[in-house]
Design a protein around this ligand. Sequence first.
Ligand code: GLU
Length: 429
Amino acid sequence: MASAPTVPTPVRSEEDLNPFRIAMRQFDKAAEKLGLDQGLREILRRPHRAFIFTLPVKMDNGSIQVFEAYRVQHNSSRGPCKGGIRYHPNVSLDEVKALASWMTWKCATVNIPFGGGKGGIICDPKGLSMNELERLTRRYAYELGTFVGPDKDIPAPDVYTDAQVMAWIMDTYSMTHGGTSAPGVVTGKPIFLGGSLGRNEATARGCFFTIRAAAQLRGIQLTSARAAIQGFGNAGSICAELLAGAGVKVVAVSDSHGGIFNAAGLNISELTEHKRKSGSVRGFPGTENISSAAVLEAECDILVPAALENQITLENAARVKATIVAEAANGPTTPGADEILHKKGITVIPDILANAGGVTVSYFEWVQDLQELFWDEDDVNRRLEKVMVRSFSDVYLMTQKYQVDMRVGAYILAIDRVATATRTRGIWP
Ligand code: GLU
């Protein structure tokens, strides 16, 4: 019987883990292959603009706490900037810059008419009350002011933000714009406030479609495959459910408290219920506790990093055993690790393709809001499937044409689309 993977003591890596420098390296590598001219390279490798906000918030105990927040608009050549807002203690300007640029490439990879943006607040959302969270969110939305809007920059949920946070942002925008109704200012809203059916599941569903396509390419039968999933939030937990529904044995999962393992496979609906009640996947009956890092090294065919950046690095990449790595998280693999995975013959479905289902259904939500005409869930899911299947094959064609891995293939596709838009619009003035 397979046993739970153990992880050797980590060695200190000499790798540069700054997310923005990583994003620039990824860009440079693909721009070089594409033969992009120097001027366009200089425009596209950095963000158009970045805002830093200081947000004073009255806490429940009467004290005042000051938070630092960001919004970065990377590029709007193909449409309004688009991207989530993250609440996390480790948020930094460079992280948000990287995430904003990844949104530009993501929207271009799946060919939806958006550019890229991202926001973040340095905070520990788990340590804030609902009232504090609301005041913090509204103050942030107030500061975003006229920089956002349905035709300018459209925020959405990301790590530790949700439909409620989007409702507060929409309301604050409305209150500070003369009470105007503008549901298209954010996506990922509650359904009854102009949200889209299927948006909550979209990141995971899109990821599942790309895994299915990659499995077909690699000759893997889903019904006899095993998966390991790092992160059991919105993307990770729903992806686990969809994989299990397709007959995949999910043998290991983790959340911020640690990981669990069962070689015979986990019952995902019972596990989801366990996490809902106890707050963690840990302690799920019939499982062995393992570390979150060990999940990445589990014996499996499909590995889904669905947590944060820099999880697969120079230190552990050689020990990844999966055949397919589907990046449900943004930036989980470092450039050094990428090369190791490629040499090992592992198919890495890059974040800008694997997790693009979320922003794709955000696009559908925005379209429905603008038209004030809402689609049923089957319609949303069918359209999402079409976009993901077509995009996977567009990226695959690039890997063949340029003899590169899927990340470089996706970047080449995306950079070419954004560069064409920028070149054709021309440089103002
Ligand atoms: N935060 C998600 C992402 O990283 C969704 C962004 C959106 O829907 O705008 O793709």
